[in-house]
Design a protein around this ligand. Sequence first.
Ligand SMILES: [Cu+2]
Length: 150
Amino acid sequence: MPLVDRVHAHPIARSAFVVLAALTLAVPVAAHGSRVGPGRVQTTVAVAGYRVALRIDPNLGGRIASTFTVRCTRGGRPVAATVTAGFSMPAMAMPPLSLRLRRVAPGVYRGTGVMLVMPGLWHIRLHISPPAAPAVDLVIADEAALDTPG
Ligand SMILES: [Cu+2]
């Protein structure tokens, strides 16, 4: 697989940042927050009245599955929604990668897959679509380290 073959040539971005883009009713909201990665990710962001927590474990690039857990609340109450995660790298064109998260508890959504297929800087777009409210998109910039150090 070419993507895997290129792992060792892939430049690992040294700066990571969080970009939030809340796309509600075509009114974009942008904010900059904490860095995520390398290493296990546990981050919470506030956007459009929601609190969205993302956990990535492990946060490693390569042929290893990671589990992505999203907890979404509004006013302290769990939010029912359809939640998907899309994965891209700003440094290169990649085939589209997305993961549908499954509800595991009220307001908690989880999915596992080989999504971070190489180390480097990823943009993880969370799409949170409640049944009776505008969908919210947020993009988290995450640096994934190589899955097999050394
Ligand atoms: Cu890449």
